[in-house]
Design a binder for this molecule. Sequence first.
Ligand code: HEM
Length: 399
Amino acid sequence: MLAPVPLSPDVLSTPEGIANPYPAYRAFQGPNPVRYLRLPAGPLTGRTEPLYAWALLRHADVLAAIRDPATFSSQTPTVFKTMPKFALLHDDPPHHTHLRRLVSKAFSPQRIASLSEWIGRLANELLDTAGKGSVELMSAYAVPLPMRVIAGMLGVPDEDYPSFKLWSEAVIGYAGMSAEERGRKMQEMMGYLARIIAARRAQPAEDLISALVQAEVEGAALSDTEIRSFAAVLLVAGNETTTNLIGNMMALLADRPELWRRAREDRSLVDPIIEEVLRYESPVQRFPRVTAKPVKIGDVEIGAGEIVDIVYGAANRDPAVFEDPDSFRPERPTNSQHLGFGLGTHFCLGAPLARLEARITLNAFLERIPELGRGEGAAVRQGAAPVSLGYKSLPLVLG
Ligand code: HEM
């Protein structure tokens, strides 16, 4: 069970509120949007003033905002000075439309589906190493699998995985790191990617970076800067998120032995379980926009240039859309309406890959592990990266 936290809007910026934001969401389902402290002032963020933001917690408000990029712009690095600009995630149409068309070619559903066998091999290798009995799931499986998948797709060497993890944390987990350290890690990552891109320009291979180097739409190719920033997005967006989907899923199932037994016998439950995890414990809890012009939401007038947080995690527990939202029910009829991958312009490019990794994982565990349970020692949630909901460590017993 997640521990209760004291309630004030600012709790969403504390380690406790990041580890378990749900009591706060419930308390703020009333008048919306809610003003809250997003980033405190100080050396961690490089800001001298605290940054307040508006949180959109209702499914309907979230949907309206993500469908209106002309009002809710993704160009948030203009406000978060320590945040690097990432391709796609931080672009608005029409540039976003052009870029997305270019990269979707290199990231097509067929390309993803063709990875099944290889990902299945990686999953089984990790399970062989983990063995039976007590296992810390995050380090043994949930962290390495997505990292090896994305590194393999980008065509970068095995021995570089540990740096990827550090770079991803530098981008996502601002709270545990100074602005200087973060900047240094970011530069390291960009320098590394620049070297890989130069190597693929000289000698193309069968990987995503080579495909990006060669991608062309209407005669236009991607610049080196665009490829670098796109590869960085994949490294970061493809790692932490999928790690948390796998961790959250296995923890929820370890607490539901009856569901585990049923899913072993009836694999048609696999996809509904994954979708319900995406709704019930959304790995991406919130994502910011900045208002490009004044807008009125409910009774609240929001000026131009303000940060508005799209709180996917709260929208996915909105009782107006999901009956009995705080219970985990894979067979609920409305779970396809979850917004765990966003929607509209910025709908997650990696959704088919994340779903594939989760499906392969769950099937492999169901196949090999008759009984799943919690292990000795407490599971620890991360409390540093407000974007994410996930575990730092998750002891399980693979019976
Ligand atoms: C469970 C795993 C994942 C979750 C929950 C997730 C969630 C999301 C969400 C909520 C957004 C929208 C952000 C916004 O509102 O602006 C997004 C965008 C994105 N995701 Fe994912 N993601 C996951 C895995 C991945 C993977 C595996 C990749 C790539 C390998 C990826 C690449 C991207 C990219 C490139 C975007 C930006 C798309 C755009 O702006 O057009 N994601 N993701």
